[in-house]
Design a protein around this ligand. Structure first.
Ligand SMILES: *Cc1c(COP(=O)(O)O)cnc(C)c1O
Length: 349
């Protein structure tokens, strides 16, 4: 059967009105890639599989929730969808709103959105409203605007977003035909870890289920530090959040699964980001490297028994944030005259 998006695939497990037509860009069905070279580089004796969500239509996992949110918004007769965003939610909302023929408005922290994400929102015709504040301020504003007539909020405070995102867990279990021992993923606003745990609980009602290991950036780690962070800072802009809306869901997932929420520094994130790109040929945005750095930490700490099956979500594509990639990658050499001698010299061959 050909792929028709997550609603088509999992309709019986998603809350939707009976007659509704899905708004879809055929999101989901992303690959679960074995990563033996990365596992070896992290000095882990484990079977590592990477759920590459950067291969969704707008290049992040946000599309799984957005097909649900926009489908619901259209069914309710919404004319405008609105969201606060660190970038990927706005890219996805803009694309799915365009697909549905309705308009979108996105509230973003001024100056802190990665170039690729901004580009996507603009080309799909979203009304982009930067605010003098961070993501948490943007989400506060959106909450206050949720009662305006014809307006639907499509942030993950909208429960159907979580419902759509849980389908990634179903896909992992179907691809493996067994249950991972651990699942690793980044944590920002904490909707995704909440959704994955919901998905695993629904699909494996009696357990055993994967232990959930969620990773925050050290400068934006409210769930690890135990308090709201007023001015969160990290190179991983997708998880630069100081007051996660789904914080309780993340903490419950960690507790119920005997997992943990932990943090890694920006330096560790950027090292892991380059390691993943160089060992496996997979290019992600910095937030996705938080669980890679986290796995390194977990292996070193002895938390991962030998032979474990570990799955990890890589949440978004590297082309979202070209500036960070260029800031850490080697620069190209000076131009040469096109002779074999000059080329050999320049390349050291
Ligand atoms: C949104 C996002 C996250 C964080 O997900 P939450 O559900 O907010 O925890 C991580 N990585 C990327 C690429 C994202 O777009």
């Amino acid at each position: 059967m050909s792929w028709g998006g997550i609603i088509h695939a999992y309709r019986d497990r998603l809350p939707l009105p009976a007659a509704v037509q899905p708004v879809t860009l055929f999101e989901g069905n992303t690959p679960l890639l074995p990563a033996p070279r990365l596992a070896a580089a992290l000095k882990g004796d484990l079977d590592l599989r990477l759920k590459y969500e950067g291969l969704n239509p707008t290049a992040s996992f946000k599309d799984r929730g957005m097909t649900m949110a926009i489908t619901h918004a259209v069914a309710k007769g919404a004319k405008v969808v609105i969201c606060a965003s660190t970038g990927n939610t706005s890219a996805s909302a803009a694309a799915y709103a365009a697909r549905a023929g309705i308009s979108s408005a996105v509230i973003i922290p001024s100056g802190k959105i990665a170039l690729g994400k901004l580009t996507q929102a603009l080309i799909h015709g979203a009304k982009l409203l930067p605010i003098l504040g961070n993501f948490d301020d943007a989400l506060n504003l959106v909450r206050q605007m949720s009662n305006l007539p014809g307006v639907e909020v499509v942030n993950s405070i909208n429960p159907v977003r979580i419902e759509g995102q849980k389908t990634a867990s179903f896909e992992i279990l179907e691809a493996l035909e067994k249950t991972p021992d651990f699942h690793f993923l980044p944590v920002g606003n904490a909707g995704n870890i909440t959704a994955y745990w919901k998905g695993f609980c629904e699909a494996i009602p009696k357990g055993p289920r994967p232990r959930m290991f969620g990773w925050q950036a050290a400068g934006a780690a409210p769930l690890v530090d135990g308090h709201i962070i007023k001015d969160p800072q990290t190179v991983a802009t997708a998880i630069r959040i100081g007051n996660p809306a789904s914080g309780p869901g993340a903490l419950a997932a960690a507790k119920e699964s005997n997992g943990r929420i932990d943090k890694v520094t920006d330096k560790e994130i950027l090292e892991a980001y380059q390691l993943l790109a160089k060992t496996e040929g997979i290019f992600v945005e910095p937030a996705c490297a938080a669980p890679v750095a986290g796995l390194k930490k977990a292996i070193a700490a002895g938390w991962i028994p030998k032979g474990s099956l570990v799955t990890m979500t890589l949440t978004g594509h590297g082309l979202k944030d070209p500036d960070t990639a260029l800031s850490v990658a080697a620069k190209p050499s000076e131009p040469i005259t096109p002779t074999v001698d000059a080329a050999r010299k320049a390349l050291g061959l």
